[in-house]
Write a protein that binds this ligand. Sequence first.
Ligand code: FE
Ligand code: CA
Length: 531
Amino acid sequence: MNRIEFERLLLTRMKRRNLLVGAGSLLGTTVISQFPNQRLLANPRFSNNPFTLGVASGDPLPDSVVLWTRLAPSPLNGGGMPPENYSVRWQIALDEKMQRVVQKGSVIATPEFGHSVHVDVKALQPGRTYWYQFKVGNEISPIGRTRTAPAIASQPKELNFAFASCSDWQNGYFTAYANMAKENLDLVAFLGDYIYEYGPLPGGPRQHNTPEITSLNDYRNRYALYKGDPNLQAAHAAFPWIVTWDDHEVENNYANDISELDTEPDQARKIFLLRRAAAYQAYYEHMPLRPPYIPRGSNMLLYRRLSFGNLAQFHVLDTRQYRTDQPCEDGIKQRCPEALAESATLMGGKQERWLFEGLDRSKATWNVIAQQTMMGQYNFDPRSTPTSNVFNLDQWDGYVAARRRLLSHIAQFKPNNPVVITGDIHSSWVHDLKVDFNQPNSPTVATEFVGTSISSDFPPSSIPSVQAALPGNPHTKYFDGAKRGYVRCKLTPDRWQTDFRVVDSVSMPMSAIRTAASFVVENGRPGAKPM
Ligand code: FE
Ligand code: CA
């Protein structure tokens, strides 16, 4: 959410009707086989270095990591590559000077995928740091650092990671990423809103350079704008990332095939799916994901599991692609009966069963549920008046039965230490997760840490009312809406420590960082305690 959205939600939500804005440009989104006969250029010459978007790595396994880059000598204009195939060389080494190379190879960067490169390097050693680099023609990329996961049955003494979300270019500089890059981490988990789709918004420290994005070319150029940021590049080059998306990688508060615009269903859904296909393809092109995650039309499988020995298992969710529409016309308001419907789902049936089975089978000490919107209930107006009892219906609070299914499953089958990590709301929170939030004596079955945004706005004018509601939400242990940053987590077999890392400012290119608050969860005791 950004400032404008939040204020709009706090008022009564108006449904926009200019549905066909941008629809014409959506028709150019089918890309496969668009360039059937291109040559392979093995020794091309470039007038500009094509590695303007940096390098990245992701989804670490014990023996494998995926390496990413994209050739874009003119990044804000479709990349600037001729419609030809290019041979890109890669190598991975044991040292930061790339002298002890352990593997190398080459891959083809094609115009169909925006000359992006995804290399699934295999046969690596577990729990080890590597450095990597790309080369095309005579041009070389920056050097990235990455790290494989520990061996499958190993018992790591600790795992250090950061999680982050919501990096709105227009609301500020990525000073949090500059500081994150200096941390000592095994990985970064990104929980959605990597880009925002809006057109230029005056008044912030920097602005989007194009109108609201709808076509594949638009989305590519928007990723290129964001990925040109040196602080974001530094955070990618420092650690492997595990990424998932939320809404703004496509459109604010979309639900499955239903646009935020949400007017005449049949035609609107078809048009929206073209936009979603373009957005998903650009997402794949710009993220360190393995090739099996290539989208098929407007569908892209993104939920997955990653293990770190017996210490932690990450269950990475997608709560946008398969959800039912927001109930009660969306917004922050009183619940209508639709918000309590048994048919409501955020994950869809298949993903929900996958999560339950994965939790049941997991032998990890910590089960990290990495997902998008706040799971803990929060009543924004807990007074006893006719207009009180107000909930954010885009969050799990709008999908009450779906949340009860998950938390009841956890209460019944007792997987080890479920900890939910969350983005979306541009503010920091800690919740005890309960099967029945309305009964303070209901047992706590899991813990939730909600991280603030990298840069996106939480309106200062909303902070006092959220704070005033805290006593009426006794399962909520912490709230801070004033700061931007990320969350650092240190996991050991005995306990989980969370540090809310916050920057002084996002209105200047650089800023100091500090820890605003720390919480711990003891193994076997759900619920966080302040340190
Ligand atoms: Fe956001
Ligand atoms: Ca969001």
